[in-house]
Each structure stands twice: as structure tokens, then as C-alpha cells.
Design a protein around this ligand. Structure first.
Ligand SMILES: Cc1cc2nc3c(=O)[nH]c(=O)nc-3n(C[C@H](O)[C@H](O)[C@H](O)COP(=O)(O)OP(=O)(O)OC[C@H]3O[C@@H](n4cnc5c(N)ncnc54)[C@H](O)[C@@H]3O)c2cc1C
Length: 498
């Protein structure tokens, strides 16, 4: 990791820029990847307008600084970090500009979050068609990573629902991008992790919902093969296919229980199917409860779980979940959209159980023909090395048309690894070795979750043709390679190409 420049030296360089008539400052700041295992000291700028973004690009060109972008900083690793360069943070540039409830189209500033979107539209009977497991990412950050939801196999990634946006390039141009205008930039900026310009005025198509709830069916799978089979049974027949499907895996299960876990399949409900669910078409009614059992403030919960944040403690927690899944209540139940989708927001600050070293996620996407054997190998490898991940989630995906997309016709396995001073080197090595297996299986990786990938594995996973096409586009819109992040320098070595 690059050594941090002296924070004070950066502060001394504090400098003003004009933001549509108001003067704003660059400030020195330390920013973290969401997983808390990577950090950077940066010059932070928080523009409120396109003019402010352009002014920062000008400033960067004058001083020879690089510029990285940051939405809500929900990428696990180094995607929104830019050591010693400028970080453009969009938290103050976050207005819903336009909403049309008759068509379900919304236009937002880059800092508007997925949470803001659903809160804005749910009362009119709409919901974002693709959401992540947390509601805090911005729409622009989600577009830049082309995020997927628990319905990727059916709805595609968020890019499939974006109608258009304007791209502010590092040379100050504003380019309209859609499937008709500058389609090459449209398909590359979505999935291009902020390397081509700043997306603004993003128009997103939403989906109508007749009820504020979904119907959920939990199912137990005694091992990974059974998990794959049951999953396919839920999603295989278009007439009955679940609208959402996600699997949790106990990575400590071994032998015949390797890959055991629980599936949650869910179906959208029409107004006729769920007349009582209408009252939940209301932002306040969707809000996640802030107390457990109505008593314990959930802000305390991570502290209650913290004593279990050891390999032994996590083995016990995973086992408790196995027992609850196998022997707990069966049958379908109804759950609010927010409750079903944003499970990871239930326990505020849960990532703090990983302090002080933080966590990294290794999420790989493997074609359906090779996925089962590949994921079994990954799980066995970490068990053999005594580096079992603490949380594993499995999803089904489909290919899409975005240049650097991570999705393919196959499966993904997301695995959270705790990082400590003692295990850091070994976990990094494990990730290299797992990446080699994934590449051999024809798989891909996800920059939003990545912290460890090498340029060789990154290139091999996409192939020369795709990466070279991306590099050529970048050279066209960003000839000085102004836009860089720690992630881009890691994946492309120089931040641009080779
Ligand atoms: C608990 C948790 C659960 C998650 N679950 C999922 C999931 O289910 N599915 C999934 O796909 N992802 C998931 N993610 C990952 C998350 O959705 C992505 O990392 C997303 O990109 C975060 O958005 P952000 O606004 O925080 O962007 P940041 O993390 O701040 O930045 C992400 C990228 O967007 C770029 N960017 C930011 N703003 C702009 C802009 N205006 N124009 C162009 N580029 C820009 C940045 O350069 C950076 O490369 C999860 C993350 C967390 C923490």
C-alpha cells in the first residue's frame, strides 16, 4: 500500500474553487474504504453543481493532481480512494430533480442514494428495480459499478434500468449518454467505476409495486449441490419463477455439509393478492425498526455481537443460524420491501465487529457450468488454511451489455474475511490463489467488493479485447489520465492502461 503523505502538508495546500458562484475549499482528509481495511489521505472536494465539478477538474489540471470519485463510500475496498489526489465527494450534490409518477421515471443528482429514491417514490406505488443489500449507496455509485440485486437473473443489473445521464469529462465537456447517444460511453461508464467522467442528471426507470410487501419462502439446503438445485427450482420456470432469490452459506460446514445454508426466495405481490399490504406503500411504514424486540436499541447490537468476532465465535454464530434454518419456523411469510432488501442495514454499524483490522470481501462470478465445483474448491481451500470466511452469500446472475460488467450466466459467491495484523498476508495470498481458480473457471470479479485482485487476474477475467476497448475510450475522454483511484492504479498498474 502507498505510504500516506503527511496530512499537514496536504492541509497547507488547502485551496478554493468556485462552485456556481459560491467559494468552496479542498480540505485534507483521511477517507476509508467501507471495509475499513484500506484508507487514503486525500484532498476532498464537495461540489454542489456541475460548475463546481468542472472547476475542480480545472484545478486538478493546473496542479497536476489526479481525481477520484466517491458516492457514499460503500465500496468495500479502494474504489473510492485516491491517495494524495483529489476525491470528489457528492454528498452535497444530492437532489431528486424530477419525478414522474405516471411513468415511473426519476432524474437524480449524483449524490442521491437508493434510500432517497425509494422513500421518494414508494407512496406512489413504485420501487427501484435493482437495489443492493444496503440502501446507502448513491445512484451514481451504483451505476458506476453496475450493481446487481437479489433479482439479477431476472431483472439484470441497474444499468438495464438507466435511461440516460450526462457525463462531465475531465476536460470539462458535458456528454449526453444513452442507448442512442454516445452508446459506447453509456455502456462503458456504467460498469467503468468512475474512470470516464462524472455521471450527473441520471434518469432511472422504476418498477410499479401493488403492495408494500413481498412474499418470502425460506428453504434449507444441506450442501452446495442441494443449494444450486433448489435455487434453480425457484427460478428455472419463467411462469412461477421467484422475483428474488438469495442464499446464505455456512462456510464452516465441511464434508457432506460443505456449502450448507438457507435460501430465501421471494415474490412480488399484486394489490389483489395483498390488499393489506397497501398501507405499507408509505415511506414511514417501510422504515426499518430501530429497536430489537421493541426494546433493545439496535445501535447497541454490534457491541453485543463483538465478543463473538473470533473464528470460534463466528463458527458458533453460523451454527446457530444453521440450526434456526433447519429447525425453525417453516412456510411463507410476508415482509416489507425495505425489510427484505436491506437486511444488511438491520444492525447499524455491524461492520465495527471487524475493528480494528476491518474486513475485505472476495466476490467471484463463475459460469454456471463450472460454478459448483469452483465454489466447493474455494470453500475447501480456506478451511484447509484455517482462514474460513465469516459470511457467505450466493446469487444467480445473467449476462448484460455493459463493457466491464461483472455479471455472466452463472453464480456469484460473496465471502467476508476478517483482517487482522496477523492474518493479513495469508488472507491476501488466499485471495490470489482463489482468484487463479476463478480465472481458470472462466470467472470474473467485482471492483465494488475487491481489495486484492492483481492486474493479471483482472485482465484475464475480462480478456484483452474488452479491456483494450475500455482503455481506448478512456484515452479519448481522459487523455491526461486525470481520473484515477487506488483501485484503478492497482488493476491497471499505471491507472490508465498497461
Ligand atoms: C453492506 C453492503 C452491501 C452491498 N450489497 C451489494 C449488493 O447486493 N449488490 C451489489 O452490486 N453491490 C453491493 N454493495 C456494493 C455497493 O453497492 C457498491 O460498492 C456501490 O458502488 C456503492 O455506491 P457508493 O455510492 O457508495 O459509491 P462509492 O463506493 O463511493 O464509489 C463507487 C464507484 O463509483 C464511482 N462513482 C461515484 N460517483 C460517481 C459519479 N457521479 N459518476 C461516475 N462514477 C462515480 C467511484 O469512482 C467508485 O469507483 C454492497 C455494499 C455494502 C457496504
Amino acid at each position: 500500500m502507498a505510504a500516506s503523505p503527511d496530512l499537514l502538508a496536504l492541509q497547507a495546500a488547502a485551496i478554493q474553487f468556485d462552485d456556481a458562484g459560491t467559494s468552496r475549499s479542498l480540505v485534507a482528509a483521511r477517507v476509508d474504504g467501507w471495509g475499513m481495511s484500506s484508507h487514503a489521505v486525500v484532498r476532498l472536494a464537495r461540489p454542489r453543481s456541475v460548475a463546481g465539478v468542472q472547476a475542480v477538474f480545472e484545478l486538478a489540471a493546473t496542479h497536476g493532481w489526479t481525481v477520484g470519485l466517491r458516492g457514499a463510500g460503500r465500496s468495500y475496498g479502494d474504489a473510492a480512494l485516491n491517495e494524495a489526489g483529489i476525491v470528489l465527494d457528492f454528498c452535497d450534490f444530492a437532489t431528486v430533480q424530477w419525478w414522474e409518477p405516471t411513468t415511473g421515471h426519476i432524474v437524480v443528482d449524483p449524490g442521491v442514494t437508493i434510500g432517497q429514491v425509494w422513500q421518494h417514490v414508494v407512496g406512489d406505488g413504485w420501487w427501484p428495480p435493482v437495489v443492493s443489500g444496503t440502501m446507502f449507496p448513491t445512484v451514481a455509485g451504483a451505476a458506476a459499478m453496475n450493481i446487481h440485486g437479489k433479482n439479477n437473473y431476472k431483472a439484470g443489473p441497474i444499468g438495464d434500468w438507466i435511461e440516460r445521464f450526462r457525463l462531465v469529462t475531465p476536460v470539462g465537456e458535458i456528454v449526453d449518454c444513452s442507448r442512442d447517444d454516445n452508446a459506447d460511453l453509456f455502456h462503458a461508464a456504467i460498469s467503468g467505476f468512475g474512470m470516464l467522467g462524472v455521471m450527473v442528471d441520471i434518469e432511472l426507470r422504476l418498477k410499479p409495486v401493488g403492495s408494500g410487501r413481498v412474499e418470502v419462502e425460506p428453504a434449507w439446503a444441506p450442501n452446495l449441490a442441494a443449494m444450486f438445485e433448489r435455487f434453480e427450482a425457484y427460478i428455472g420456470d419463467p411462469a412461477t419463477a421467484a422475483d428474488y432469490c438469495v442464499g446464505w452459506i455456512d462456510a464452516f460446514g465441511s464434508g457432506r455439509s460443505l456449502g450448507r445454508g438457507q435460501i430465501h426466495a421471494a415474490w412480488a405481490l399484486s394489490a389483489d393478492q395483498d390488499p393489506e399490504g397497501r398501507v405499507l406503500l408509505d415511506a414511514a411504514a417501510q422504515a426499518l425498526p430501530d429497536r430489537l424486540f421493541g426494546l433493545i436499541p439496535k445501535v447497541w447490537m454490534w457491541r453485543l455481537i463483538k465478543p463473538f468476532s473470533t473464528p470460534l465465535g463466528m463458527r458458533a454464530i453460523n451454527l446457530a443460524k444453521v440450526l434456526a434454518s433447519r429447525f425453525g419456523p417453516k412456510g411463507r411469510y410476508r415482509q416489507s420491501h425495505a425489510g427484505f432488501h436491506f437486511l444488511l442495514d438491520y444492525v447499524p454499524d455491524w461492520k465495527r465487529i471487524y475493528e480494528p483490522g476491518g474486513l475485505i470481501q472476495f466476490q467471484s462470478f463463475v459460469p454456471k457450468e463450472t460454478a459448483l465445483a469452483t465454489f466447493e474448491r474455494l470453500l475447501r481451500m480456506q478451511q484447509e488454511r484455517g482462514l474460513v470466511n465469516w459470511l457467505s452469500v450466493i446469487k444467480r446472475h445473467r449476462p448484460d451489455s455493459f463493457l466491464l460488467t461483472h455479471a455472466l450466466d452463472g453464480w456469484s459467491l460473496a465471502q467476508d474475511f476478517a483482517i487482522t495484523d496477523r492474518n493479513r498476508v495469508a488472507v491476501w495470498q488466499l485471495c490470489q490463489d482463489m482468484a487463479a481458480i476463478v480465472v481458470d473457471a472462466g470467472g470474473r470479479f467485482y471492483p465494488a467488493k475487491d481489495s486484492t485482485l492483481s492486474p493479471a487476474h483482472w485482465r484475464a477475467s475480462h480478456g484483452d479485447e474488452r479491456l483494450d476497448a475500455f482503455v481506448a475510450l478512456k484515452a479519448r475522454v481522459d487523455p491526461d489520465a486525470r481520473m484515477q483511484t487506488n483501485l484503478s492504479r492497482r488493476l491497471f498498474r499505471s491507472g490508465t492502461a498497461d
